[in-house]
Design a binder for this molecule. Structure first.
Ligand code: IPM
Ligand code: MG
Length: 372
C-alpha cells in the first residue's frame, strides 16, 4: 500500500491542463502515493445540480492531501439556464465548491507564499518574498446573505440599528444584505499560524491587515485579537495597516513587508496583488490548510478560453505541489522541487506565453522534471 492517499481534483478548464503537468513532475519525484480522481466542476453542476458531489466530499474524508486544479463558475442566471431541464425547476443555488470545501473541512489557513524567483521576467522587483496568511472560513465569505432581505430581518434591524434607517425605507427588492462574520477563535488561529510561521522561519515582521477604522465591529475584533496574539511573539516585529493603504504601500515598497495576515476578503485581495508582484497568475500558489486535511491549488481560475490548449504556465500548480510536499513532511523532496523550478526560471530557456515565450504547459513541466 502506498504511503499517502492524494485526492486528485482537476476540475475543469485549464485545471485539467495544469494538473496533468503537475503529474509529470510528481512522477519524477517518486512520491510514494496513490492518486485518486475526484469529480468536481461545472459539468457536475449542469448534470447533477452539484459542482461538488457527495461522492467527492466522501473521498476527501479519507485522504492525506488534495491537489485541486480550477473550476468555472458563472453568474446566477447562467448557472440556472445551463442545468439540465429536469433540474431547472428545483431552485438549486450555485455556491463555489472551493469555498464550500474550505468551510466543510475547516481549512482555516489559506497560505499564499509570493516569492520572486531570480530571473523571472515578470517580477515586479527582484527579491520580493512575501507570505500571505488569509483567514479562509468566515468573514464576508460566511455565506450569510439575503437578496431580498426577509421581513423578519428588516423588522429586527429597524429596531436595533440606527444606521439601518435609510435602508429600512426601501422596498426589499431594492437592496441585499451580506453578513461579515468574524469570530475570536477564527481570528486567533489564523494570526497564530502567521506568527508561528514567522517564528519557525525567522521572518522579521508580521503585518495585520484590516479596515478597523470603518468596519469597527468585525475588523475591530480581528485587530484586537491579533494584537493580543502578537504579545506572545515579542521577538517578531508587528504592525498593522488598513487594506486600502496596504495596497499602495505594498507597491511602493514591498521590502517593508514580510508576513501578512488578514481576514478572508482582504486576504483574497492582497494575495492577488502579491502574486502579481512575483509574476502574476502563473506563479500564485495556495494551500488551504486545516488540522486534518489540506488542499493545494494554483490561485488562478479555470480560464475556459484556454482549456485544453496546454498554453498556460503550470508553475503556480507545481509550486502548490511543493507546498503539498511540505505539508506531508517530505522536506527533502520539497527542496529538490523548488530548486528545479528556480533553476528553470533562472536559466531562461523555457518560457510559457505569459513569460514572453511559446513553451507549452507540458514542456515547462518536463523541463522542471528534468532538473529534479
Ligand atoms: C481565490 C479565489 C476564490 C476566492 C474564488 C474562486 C471563489 O479568488 O482562491 O482567491 O474568492 O477565494
Ligand atoms: Mg482570489
Amino acid at each position: 500500500m502506498a504511503r499517502y492517499k492524494i485526492a486528485w481534483l482537476p476540475g475543469d478548464g485549464i485545471g485539467v491542463d495544469v494538473l496533468n503537468a503537475a503529474k509529470i513532475v510528481l512522477d519524477k519525484i517518486h512520491l510514494d502515493a496513490e492518486y485518486i480522481h475526484g469529480d468536481i466542476g461545472w459539468e457536475f453542476w449542469c448534470k447533477e445540480g452539484d459542482a461538488f458531489p457527495q461522492r467527492t466530499i466522501d473521498l476527501l474524508k479519507n485522504v492525506d492531501a488534495v491537489m485541486f486544479g480550477a473550476i468555472t463558475s458563472k453568474p446566477m442566471k447562467a448557472a440556472q439556464t445551463e442545468l439540465i431541464p429536469q433540474l431547472q425547476t428545483k431552485g438549486l443555488m450555485y455556491r463555489s465548491p472551493i469555498v464550500r470545501m474550505r468551510q466543510m473541512f475547516d481549512l482555516y489557513n489559506c497560505l499564499r507564499p509570493c516569492k520572486a524567483y531570480p530571473g523571472n521576467p515578470l517580477n515586479f522587483k527582484e527579491g520580493i518574498d512575501l507570505v500571505v496568511f488569509r483567514e479562509n472560513t468566515e468573514d464576508l465569505y460566511a455565506g450569510v446573505e439575503f437578496a431580498p432581505p426577509p421581513q423578519e430581518l428588516v423588522d429586527i434591524l429597524s429596531k436595533i440599528s440606527k444606521p439601518f434607517a435609510p435602508f429600512a425605507k426601501l422596498p426589499v427588492d431594492q437592496y441585499a444584505i451580506s453578513c461579515k462574520i468574524n469570530t475570536k477563535t477564527g481570528s486567533e488561529r489564523i494570526v497564530k499560524a502567521a506568527f508561528d510561521f514567522a517564528r519557525t522561519f525567522k521572518r522579521k515582521k508580521v503585518t495585520i491587515v484590516h479596515k478597523a477604522n470603518v468596519v469597527r465591529a468585525s475588523d475591530g475584533l480581528f485587530l484586537e485579537v491579533a494584537k493580543d496574539v502578537a504579545k506572545q511573539y515579542p521577538e517578531i516585529q508587528t504592525d498593522d495597516a488598513n487594506i486600502d493603504a496596504m495596497t499602495m504601500w505594498l507597491l511602493k515598497n514591498p521590502f517593508h513587508y514580510d508576513v501578512l495576515v488578514a481576514p478572508n476578503l482582504y486576504g483574497d485581495i492582497i494575495s492577488d496583488l502579491c502574486a502579481q508582484m512575483v509574476g502574476g497568475l502563473g506563479f500564485g500558489c495556495s494551500g488551504n490548510i486545516g488540522t486534518k486535511l489540506a488542499v493545494f491549488e494554483p490561485t488562478h481560475g479555470s480560464a475556459p478560453k484556454y482549456a485544453g490548449q496546454y498554453k498556460v504556465n503550470p508553475i503556480a500548480t507545481i509550486l502548490a505541489l511543493k507546498m503539498m510536499l511540505d505539508w506531508l513532511g517530505e522536506a527533502e523532496k520539497s527542496v529538490r522541487l523548488e530548486n528545479a523550478v528556480a533553476t528553470v526560471i533562472k536559466e531562461g530557456n523555457m518560457r510559457t506565453y505569459d513569460m514572453g515565450g511559446n513553451a507549452s504547459t507540458l514542456d515547462m513541466a518536463k523541463a522542471i522534471a528534468e532538473k529534479i
